[in-house]
Design a protein around this ligand. Structure first.
Ligand code: ZN
Ligand code: ZN
Length: 553
């Protein structure tokens, strides 16, 4: 049988940081790589989550053999709880990756009939039509993997999210020699993390953060230290614990996901802390400030997380004040700067000292910068390359980096969500396109499509206008005068003048339609809507939501 090409379908993560998902396909069989979610921008009113569009996968569910997970971050696993309702196939990943994923799936009550298959570092398994190897990489969550697929056309390597940290906290380095060996064997296609492709140099080792924290703690022996970081960043949590322990501080965990993740990581021997060093938040006042360290969630300013509650004075058992130093051991994800800024302001209002990555090296990224990307490319020496995991500009920079490393531009493709590529012995080409728009989830209402969202944006920006009038069916005259009422408008002179001109415009359009013999309510409403919309859009650059209510009596 002739061996077919390998096809990759990108369902998310190419053009945005978030909702990573791809499908790799050969001889009619499909393996899914990651199923992540994305958090909305502030202008996506009422949207809680954004998922990949899974329709393409669901239509092919009989051909899907497995889901493989690169690591446990939400932008790679957070959409599983929606996907597994329609696509129930074995899920592969490291013990921690699966532990995190399973916890969320259990919370969502969809974990019961699922099959989880744990893989060890360096393990190679038959998954669907491929041999798949799980190669250790360093990242901002432990037990992350790059993936190698043995296919009809050669090896396809997916970097996962990674950095080349040579002094990781757990001693588990990115397996550079294995990557080099794959390069020697011949890699047909590399898909590689582009997050930091614009940044020159090398990402600082996670260990450097421990040094900064130690110094800050040592300078403040009398103060209570409160450190916020991602709950999944087990190595960061470990370093905070180590520094606290050196000063004989007791540790308090705050935030549900912090408690759950620490529990899981301890069970898997990925985090080391004596039970005697952990105290419950209820008992925090039994210790002087200099003998306590709080580790909490909310470093992204999430309104319901522990740090936001602390900043507002809403947390039970703990009020931050002049004796507290709060360290945000994180960097705001683009889009979160504003909310993080508000939390920092509120902490200052409470008279706490605040330290963040803007002025102290209390955070290190989990993603490779240009120096590491160059090293990665040199190790793999792929025949073809597609940058993944990035906003568009990150992928462009990554593509340029690849060509500067000697790859011919015709073997480098910049793809976006929905693109399909086909890899053959000869090269790579774009082979199709599938639906891959944002799938919006509103926590209370469920699925949202683009239309209500667009309306919410218009409402927020321009308000709403109701246009009413009554028309006499027989005589074709206006018997209840045209009235235009606004909501969300300023009551100033300018807006009142604008309402008057809308009223006149609508009256004119309505009268003209009636003269033409139009007596149909539906079409008269359209006439009115069009007239008002045209005037407001063209002359005043406003697009309020228009609610015409013309009645024919
Ligand atoms: Zn990611
Ligand atoms: Zn990640």
């Amino acid at each position: 049988m002739a061996k077919g090409p390998v096809r990759i379908t990108f369902l998310g993560g190419l053009g945005e940081i978030g909702r990573n998902c791809a499908a790799i396909e050969q001889d009619g069989r499909i393996v899914i790589i990651d199923a992540g979610l994305m958090f909305p921008e502030p202008t996506m009113y009422g949207v809680d989550l954004i998922l990949p569009d899974f329709r393409w996968l669901i239509e092919r569910r009989d051909r899907i053999d497995a889901i493989v997970l690169t690591h446990g971050h939400e932008d790679h696993t957070g959409a599983l709880r929606y996907l597994v309702k329609d696509v129930n196939v074995p899920i592969y990943g490291s013990a921690l990756t699966l532990g995190f994923a399973r916890h969320r799936l259990t919370e969502a009550k969809v974990a019961k009939d699922l099959t989880f298959i744990e893989v060890a570092d360096g393990e190679r398994r038959r998954i669907g039509p491929f041999e798949v190897e799980f190669i250790p990489v360093t990242h901002s969550v432990p037990s992350a993997h790059a993936l190698a697929f043995w296919t009809n056309v050669g090896i396809v390597v997916h970097s996962g999210d990674f950095k080349l940290d040579l002094t990781p906290i757990d001693g588990r380095r990115t397996d550079i020699s294995r990557l080099a060996a794959l390069g020697d064997e011949g890699v047909a296609l590399l898909l590689c993390d582009s997050t930091n492709a614009e940044e020159p140099g090398f990402t600082a080792s996670e260990r450097s953060v421990g040094g900064a924290l130690r110094r800050l703690f040592l300078e403040r022996p009398e103060r209570r230290m409160v450190v916020a970081c991602f709950a999944s960043h087990i190595h960061r949590v470990q370093q905070i614990i180590n520094v606290a322990k050196e000063q004989n501080r007791k540790i308090v965990l705050m935030g549900r996901s912090m408690e759950a993740n620490v529990k899981l990581a301890r069970k898997l021997h990925l985090l080391h802390v004596d039970a005697a060093d952990l105290i419950d938040i209820e008992n925090i006042d039994r210790y002087p400030p200099g003998e306590v360290c709080v580790i909490c969630t909310g470093s992204q300013g999430e309104p319901l997380a522990a740090l936001s509650k602390l900043s507002r004075g809403d947390a039970r058992f703990l009020k931050v004040g002049p004796d507290d130093t709060v360290i945000l051991s994180s960097h705001p994800i683009p889009g979160n700067e504003w909310t993080v800024g508000r939390v920092i302001d509120d902490l200052h209002r409470a008279a706490a000292e605040v330290i963040h990555s803007g002025h102290e090296p209390v955070h290190a990224s989990g993603h490779a910068r240009q120096g590491e990307l160059r090293t990665f490319h040199q190790l793999i020496r792929p025949r073809n390359f597609v940058p993944v995991h990035g906003e568009y500009r990150h992928m462009v920079h990554h593509a340029e980096l690849a060509t500067s490393m000697g790859l011919s531009p015709k073997h480098v493709l910049i793809c976006e969500d929905g693109d399909q590529v086909e890899v053959t012995q000869a090269g790579i080409r774009r082979s199709g396109q599938v639906p891959a728009g944002f799938h919006y989830i509103d926590g209370s209402a469920g699925d949202l499509d683009e239309r209500p969202l667009e309306e919410r944006r218009m409402l927020a920006e321009y308000g709403v206008l109701q246009i009413s009038a009554g028309v006499d069916k027989d005589r074709g005259t206006i018997i209840q005068p045209v009235r235009v009422t606004a909501r969300g408008w300023f009551e100033g002179e300018h807006d009142r003048g604008l309402l008057d001109s809308v009223t006149n415009e609508v009256r004119g359009a309505l009268e003209a339609a009636l003269r033409d013999g139009n007596r149909d309510a539906e079409s008269l409403n359209k006439v009115v809507q069009r007239a008002a919309g045209r005037l407001l859009g063209q002359k005043y650059r406003r697009q309020p939501v228009l609610l015409p209510a013309i009645v024919v009596l």
